[in-house]
Design a protein around this ligand. Structure first.
Ligand SMILES: [Zn+2]
Length: 281
């Protein structure tokens, strides 16, 4: 285990019972990292979803707190890759196998054979619209073609598409109402660290934190953020959605191979499980 994770985890474990007694673990939120140049004007920051308040932490049940082992059993990651980088992603399927990690690819466009390859290897295909338009700026008819219409070619090929990710994270509540009839889980996008419990995910909308290269000034900052987030959910429980795009060292919207491997290694060290969005439905 790398020293930072090891140290943080030891401290958290040692402090665990005291913190639980103080009942301060119910909120896993914390300020986002410096947003850098990441600015999506108008990106809807929704009201916080129900916090990852596992019933274990409710005051009524004080005195019957679960063990650390019981809490961490529910900790997990929802790792997603967005857009149209199938040729790149395919090169990393062996790496995911090596770490026994399953992820969700939110693909844009039409069905491609990658979707079947990825699903056959245990990953999930989610949908991310036909053309990646800002859905706030298209007609109602275009909205339907971009979303429900675009999903058809996948479903004809046996790809169920349970999850949908809004391009740029932009959405309005009326869109949710339409899309929930076609996708049980909808996903937004932002810079905020948010942890969800299973009920909150099943409610149908979660927002995912960007871990793209452009969110961090260097590898050290990325590694510190990953270590802090992972050790935090290891103790608090709950599910952390993280999103990036391509896998390349220089891409602003993507994760470098080294950072990806650091993320996978850190999760393995902490025995954090990986979930696909569809696992909750
Ligand atoms: Zn996208």
């Amino acid at each position: 285990m790398n020293p930072r994770v090891c140290f943080l985890y030891s401290v958290l474990l040692a402090a665990g019972s005291l913190l639980m007694a103080l009942n301060v673990l119910s909120c896993a939120s914390r300020p986002p990292p410096s947003p850098g140049d990441f600015e999506f004007p108008g990106n809807r920051e929704r009201e916080p979803e129900p916090e990852p308040r596992a019933p274990e932490f409710s005051p009524e049940e004080a005195g019957s707190f679960p063990s650390i082992e019981e809490i961490v059993a529910d900790a997990g990651l929802l790792l997603a890759f967005d857009d149209d980088y199938a040729d790149i992603w395919e090169r990393y399927l062996d790496l995911f196998d090596r770490y026994e990690v399953r992820v969700t690819f939110f693909v844009q466009g039409d069905y491609s054979p990658f979707c079947t390859v990825a699903e056959n290897r245990g990953h999930e295909i989610g949908y991310h619209t036909k053309n990646h338009f800002n859905l706030l700026k298209v007609s109602r008819q275009e909205f339907l073609e971009e979303t429900v219409g675009g999903a058809e070619s996948f479903r004809q090929q046996g790809i169920p598409l349970k999850a949908f990710a809004y391009p740029y994270g932009y959405s309005e509540p009326w869109m949710d109402e339409i899309l929930w009839e076609n996708f049980p889980i909808l996903r937004g996008f932002g810079t905020t660290f948010r942890v969800y419990n299973a009920d909150a995910i099943k409610a149908g909308y979660i927002s995912s934190k960007s871990i793209d290269n452009n969110q961090y000034k260097d590898d050290a900052e990325f590694e510190a953020d990953i270590s802090d987030m992972f050790t935090s959910i290891k103790l608090s429980g709950g599910f952390l959605p993280l999103t990036t795009h391509t896998i390349a060292a220089e891409a602003p919207w993507g994760i470098s191979p080294d950072r990806l491997e650091y993320l996978l290694k850190t999760a393995a060290e902490l025995e954090l499980k990986f979930y696909r969005y569809g696992d909750f439905f």
